[in-house]
Design a protein around this ligand. Structure first.
Ligand code: UDP
Length: 241
């Protein structure tokens, strides 16, 4: 097997979409699902791994959706960023309910709700084993939370981004539609971009590539999956050089 199976991670960033928090519902937050994911995070935190999180906002609002309905794009994007703050607060509440200390750190200043983003302060939180949940994306319209995740992972010197999805890795075609879809164990950033494999958007992949930040795509639906990978087990795809 490849060497990445034996890699020991000490600091990682977990990226999940907002939709991961919906469970079986069609919109918004499903608290039991949020709690289930919080337990997965706690099990990794219990290993002593320092954890950053970025959660999308697509379960509540997406900028593109709003602009397609005639809303001004940047305003719609700010609404999307605010949606990620709600998701971050829900995750904070679930994690703290399990006894894990957290900080929600927002790229848009809202002091009453979350800390402002100050890089060195966030690093200190991680060193003190607080889970840092980065909210409001990059703070800029026209970006996504995938790019925010890559940006924060680089800034926090994470060893990898763990992208939790509904499937256990990157396939050559949609495994839900094609029985003969093949999962990659390892794939390069350039192949992901050239083959338009929907791992993350292109700007996030390029930012990871330029900084040699591996992206590990795994199934968030697999109980114990996140912890398993950190222990060198499980199925996933690693995107790297
Ligand atoms: N967004 C943004 N800038 C960012 C991050 C997010 O404008 O840096 C907005 C954008 O409108 C996006 C929405 O927030 O559609 C929700 O984020 P995203 O679509 O990445 O969420 P996910 O698909 O991961 O749930």
């Amino acid at each position: 097997m490849t060497d990445h199976k034996n890699k020991k991670y000490s600091r990682v960033l977990l990226k999940i979409s907002g939709e991961a928090l919906m469970g079986e519902t069609q919109f918004g937050l499903h608290p039991p699902t949020v709690e289930r994911i919080a337990r997965e995070v706690k099990s990794v935190h219990d290993l002593g791994v320092e954890i950053c999180m970025v959660i999308g906002g697509g379960n509540i609002f997406r900028g593109l959706q709003g602009s397609a309905q005639g809303m001004e794009r940047t305003t719609a994007d700010y609404m999307g960023m605010l949606a990620t703050v709600m998701n971050a607060l829900a995750m904070q509440s679930a994690l703290e309910g399990l006894g894990v200390f957290t900080r929600v750190i927002s790229a848009i200043t809202m002091n009453e709700v979350a800390e402002p983003y100050i890089r060195r302060r966030a690093v200190r939180h991680l060193e003190k084993k607080r889970v840092c949940i980065f909210a409001a994306g990059t703070g800029n319209p026209y970006f996504t939370t995938d790019t925010a995740a890559t940006l924060r992972a680089n800034e926090m010197a994470c060893e990898a981004i763990f992208k939790g999805t509904k499937v256990d890795g990157v396939y050559d075609k949609d495994p839900n539609k094609y029985d003969d879809a093949v999962r990659y164990d390892v794939i390069s950033y350039d192949d992901v971009l050239q083959q338009h494999l929907g791992v993350m958007d292109a700007s996030a992949i390029a930012l990871a590539r330029d900084n040699h930040l591996p992206i590990i795509v795994f199934s968030l639906d697999e109980p114990g999956g996140f912890r398993g990978i950190l222990a060198g087990e499980g199925t996933y795809t690693i995107v790297k050089d």
